[in-house]
Design a protein around this ligand. Sequence first.
Ligand code: GUN
Ligand code: FE
Length: 432
Amino acid sequence: MSDSSTNSQTTIYKGNIIFTPTSKEFNILKNGYIVVENGRVKEVLSILPDKYKNQNVIDYGNKLIIPGFSDLHFHAPQYANRGLGMDKELLPWLNQYTFPEEAKYADPNYAKKIYKRVVKEIWKQGTTRIVVFSSLHKESTKILLDYFIQSGLGAYVGKVGMDRNSPDFLIETTELSLSDTEEILKEYGNKSNIVKPIVTPRFVPTCTPESLGGFGELAAKYNVPIQSHISENLGEVEWVKELHPEFEDYASVYNNFKCFGQVPTVMAHCVHNTDKEIDLMAKNGVYAAHCPNANYNLASGIMPVRKFLNKGVNVGLGTDVGAGHKVSIPNVMVAAMQASKIKWLESDKKLDWLTTEEAFYLGTKGSGSFFGNVGSFEEGYEFDALVIDDSSLGDLNITLRERLQRYIYIGDDRNIIERYVAGKKIEEPQLD
Ligand code: GUN
Ligand code: FE
């Protein structure tokens, strides 16, 4: 035996395995095996060959084994505001509810109190990887990064940039916005393999051209991704036009400042983008985070997901807590399917709705691909997995596809009995 195989760690998981290598169909193995070596999937098998007979097999019986969920858009400092201000549009909601709540994170003790709950809830809901906005506060952002590192979950966490059009109690100078961001990139860039910083201009209206330019440069210099918002609400789109008549559209503002795919980039919402903007997203490989719960709640509209998929844009799902009211990605899968059915009708049945396979793909491999080989059980993928006990949901003598569909629609965190990230079993985070 070579040294590498002597040292390698192999574990085999047995159960009803379901995943989506493509969005077109489920790959389903009844009583199948996933061979995991050094945290990554080696192979998925229906019958265990002799070469593995001496290996440790963890048998989950009749339970489902599925990839962990990935959430591409989440605001940690809005967690305590879930379900509040839900009768407002975006801009009044930000001013009346969101900014006053985010301002509380100037106090690291408040951040500690709430961020502990946030990370535990993300764990509980089966989200194994997540892209997160914190607030503009440096210390609180570091607290959140430290909690994610302690938890074993995978995350990108960004200190929010806001240096214009923001209230006195929640604004920073351009200089501090960039220097605080850079401090975090330096300090956290190499602290963990799966928890990393991300450059985070809040959105064009709250970021000066100087800060956007600086963010583009920082992301390139430190080779870190970027996240922001685009074209969520019609009032916001008009505002960006007024602020930047020199640019053709919203996407061009980000693109001009190298915040649009020059490094891996995820843009939340994409409800009102033009075809030209969508083409640019496809060309630059910019991810769209579809956040249907938030878009319903703030009466923003419905993203035409099918159009983005047809044009070859990378699409994933976001809970967008706290505009979104739920931390659960399966809940967002359902909202995405429902939204797509309304779009189908509105488009004279031209934009096909999302199938269950597609919605599941978006919340696993679609979102997961932002983190690398994540969200599937193909060879070389990091073993991020959930074990689902759906016996409380009804008859188990139905197909495995039906059992998964039912879990997505009516299951919840109580059905998740184990969580794995990069091959490690993750218990409920004990944070301090
Ligand atoms: N656009 C700018 N900031 C925000 C935010 O916090 N939430 C949402 N949904 N949209 C935004
Ligand atoms: Fe958001």
